[in-house]
Write a protein that binds this ligand. Sequence first.
Ligand SMILES: *Cc1c(COP(=O)(O)O)cnc(C)c1O
Length: 392
Amino acid sequence: MSDELGFSTRAIHAGQEADATTGAVVPAIYQVSTYKQDGIGGFRGGYEYSRSANPTRAALEECMAALEGGSRGFAFASGLAGQDTVARALLVPGDHVVVPSDAYGGTYRYFNKVAKPQGIDHSIARIGDVEAVRAAIVPGRTKMVWVETPTNPLLGIADIEAIAEVAHDAGAVLVVDNTFATAYLQNPLALGADIVTHSTTKYSGGHSDVVGGAVVTAKEIRVPGLEDAEDRIAFHQNSIGGVAGPFDSWLTLRGLKTLAVRMERHCDNAEKVVEFLQGHDGVSQILYPGLESHPNHDVAARQMKRFGGMVSFRMTRGEDAAVKTCGTVRLWTLGESLGGVESLIEHPARMTHASVAGTELEVPGDLIRLSVGIEDVDDLIADLREALDIHG
Ligand SMILES: *Cc1c(COP(=O)(O)O)cnc(C)c1O
């Protein structure tokens, strides 16, 4: 589908033509494992076996590629299954990866506990600082720079365009985890990234009812030796098999149709929540890229359409106050994950980021992370106010 069409037009139509025989306007859930062949090797539409390809998954893959402005999309059973496939497809023992100091806990755990024992080591770099990324590169060995922006849970911002240049100068691919921003707010491929990954579990699915992942490759990858990244990822997706099932693909596609309107509301609500937090004594610091006080606000303003629905803040009275606040709110649901229509609150140090305690990625104990949903924002603020007035 043409890149010139608007975002929501692509979200609703890319990969989702009305069914040729019935006219159904929504892609069918092809709950099937195998396909009748018209004579040996006579595949209809290229479908042979559903690990290799399935029509519902193919619709999602085409839609994700269209939304990110990429060449090809791949859908996985989870965000991490997609990340693992990218790493296995592009790295071999002896290679080195630069990983952000503030990364999704599972991403760090993957590089530290899965990739490293298999001979792929990494260095940690403060991703908001381009020079720190450059310094972390090991000449000749760094084959991948991994970026998350905004980061989880500290809402750091990486300059994708500048880091793409640093990675490419070193002969490495730049992979951007675009889960927090989504394809609606930010398109890393247009800024020079080679590969985009998503946990579609979050905003892309958007309704807290499905776990999934997506990978999209750039139209052209010029990194020497990795020009065939797309084919390698396709080969590894089929050879490893961590694919998205038909029903999960269908749910994610349904979520994507409303991504733009949901993100606008997430951003509206987050901005109002930030405004409220700014006026409360119990809050010592607010981490939100939309604030001019954010160290990389200018970069965020340049590369994002708006600043997203994730807000983190620190409590003046420390960890105990943060833990109690999480336990006192009623409308905000205490839970991990993010990006659904309902608002979530969590304590990263003891929940999502407990696995990085004692490492370079440890997060402060007085930190609270909010995934601001799309409820009526006055209700969200009233509930937060009640808890902060007690514990702040
Ligand atoms: C959740 C998440 C992941 C992992 O995705 P899963 O779908 O849980 O496997 C990766 N990156 C970020 C930024 C995430 O929030």
